[in-house]
Ligand binder design. Structure first.
Ligand code: AHR
Length: 490
């Protein structure tokens, strides 16, 4: 099979915001306890953080981490995770049916993020709490004033403000599973008031309002419209969440799910721009795709009710999941003019690229690698190429191009990077790449993520799926069902 890409230096989408490669740590399962934090572990540092996990997070390249939830945040008292550990309450955690010990809170997590070369994207509870607690949290984290919550932070040992820039106004507030879920009217009003007070406390912060918790929600689009009618002038981003799976083992459809992600993004842009027009606003609403991933392997898994650090949502990812994650990343890159931030949900143990054994090792799951390649090399200006590729139909999704691709020009280092996935399950693809306006462009690297076995997984002992370098020649060949990174010196 043959395919062709023609990219011109002057046809651009936008510059990528590095926060497109964010991730997410929720107080859920073994993400925090046994994941990032395990004081008794061989690699634990002076604060009890696992250094093996920090090393993997650094290797992955994660500029921002959403925290502390997720569904968890809608019943959370942020104060529980501050101050002396011995005084912190153990709580019934209703979102996931477990016990939260509060050994880790924002006091610790902001330090963990610093050590992992990341920043925190903080979510506030607009489920069971409201604007008052939200603005207090901003004061605690960011204020330099001689006032109660800033002084409480100092008393807890942090003289310097944490300087958290991005704040999420609740989580999935449209979902009946959410503690304190709301109608769009109710949420829009409370989010607008919280936003005003949080920005009055620290005018430098950026705010994310909750969009629908998925494309399939019956209130999708109306939710966005009503929420934005209330919040448009006060927030900077609207959130999108989406998870994909292959429960029926229909791989051609699974590999095409990124087309649905693209459609979802385009629909949310349409509603944002409708509200913009209605308000005669000069501001363009940006998007934060702050939960996305493959999630289905662990559905129905058992855990001990009210236990601590239960193994919840521990999907073991296959090679085909990595291909899907690669295609989703390409879709996010190609929409980077509006999707400025995104979070792979999640980061450690819970539907995560990084797995640990409590008391044991840490390793990279299959999905670690497309993310790593995209985050480390997908920086710069996204170009808008013309792509010629044969297409296929599935029962659900039509006209799926075999080739999924993005082209990114990094002027600072003089490189063009092409990400290219071949969705064909049978045929290799001969790819012709024309880079216009880049005189003397020379292919210097071809990195390939491939396995013969679509269901191959990585374990603590065996890394079956990992990128390999392919020697570069005159032609570019993408193996059947493979994810590739091609680098040109320009
Ligand atoms: O990431 C797991 C869960 O998925 C989050 O807690 C929630 O926001 C979403 O439904």
């Amino acid at each position: 099979m043959k395919a062709k890409i023609v990219a011109n230096r002057r046809f651009t989408v936008a510059d990528i915001d590095p926060r497109l490669y964010g991730s997410f740590i929720e107080h859920l399962g073994r993400a925090v306890y046994g994941g990032v934090y395990e004081p008794g572990h061989d690699t634990a540092d002076d604060q009890g953080f696992r250094k093996d996990v920090i090393d993997l997070v650094r290797k992955l390249g994660v500029p921002i981490v959403r925290y502390p939830g997720g569904n968890f945040v809608s019943g959370y008292n942020w104060e529980d995770g501050t101050g002396p550990r011995e005084a912190r309450p153990r709580r019934m955690e209703l979102a996931w049916g477990v016990t939260e010990t509060n050994e880790v809170g924002i006091d610790e997590f902001q330090e963990w993020a610093r050590r992992a070369d990341s920043e925190v994207m903080m979510a506030v509870n607009l489920g069971t709490r409201g604007p008052e607690e939200a603005r207090n949290c901003v004061e605690y984290c960011n204020s330099d004033t001689d006032t109660h919550f800033a002084n409480l932070r100092r008393k807890n040992g942090f003289d310097k403000p944490f300087g958290i820039k991005v704040w999420c106004l609740g989580n999935e507030m449209d979902g009946p599973w959410q503690m304190g879920s709301k109608t769009a009217e109710e949420y829009g009003r409370i989010a607008a008031e919280a936003a005003k007070m949080m920005k009055w406390t620290d005018p430098s912060i950026e705010l994310v309002a909750c969009g629908s918790s998925g494309l399939g929600m019956p209130t999708f689009v109306d939710w966005e419209r009503v929420v934005l009618e209330h919040t448009y002038d006060h927030v900077d981003y609207l959130s999108l969440h989406s998870y994909y799976g292959n429960p029926n083992n229909d791989t051609p459809t699974f590999l095409a799910r990124s087309l649905q992600m693209d459609q979802f993004i385009k629909s949310v842009i349409a509603v944002c721009d409708t509200v913009k027009a209605k308000k005669r606003s000069k501001k363009t609403m940006m998007l934060s795709f702050d939960e996305w991933n493959v999630w289905f392997h662990s559905h129905g898994a058992q855990f001990e009710k009210w236990g601590v650090a239960q193994p919840q949502l521990e999907d073991i990812y296959t090679f085909e999941d990595a291909l899907v994650v690669g295609c989703l990343l390409i879709t996010l890159q190609n929409n980077c003019d509006r999707v400025r931030m995104a979070c792979l949900a999640q980061l450690v143990n819970v539907i995560a690229p990084i797995m640990t054994r409590t008391g044991g090792g840490a390793w990279a799951q299959t999905i670690f690698y497309p993310f790593m390649l995209a985050s480390l090399h997908g920086r710069g200006t996204v170009l808008k190429p013309i792509v010629e590729s044969e297409r296929y139909d599935t029962r659900e999704i039509k006209a799926v191009p075999y080739l999924e691709t993005s082209v990114i020009y990094n002027e600072a280092v003089g490189e063009v990077t092409v990400f290219a996935a071949n969705r064909s399950l049978e045929e290799d693809m001969e790819l012709d790449i024309e880079l216009e306006g880049f005189a003397g462009a020379k292919l210097i690297r071809h990195t390939e993520l491939y396995s013969d076995d679509l269901k191959a997984v990585n374990t603590e002992d065996t890394e079956t799926v990992a990128p390999a370098e392919v020697s570069v020649g005159d032609t570019v060949l993408l193996k059947k069902h493979s994810f590739n990174m091609l680098k040109y010196k320009v």
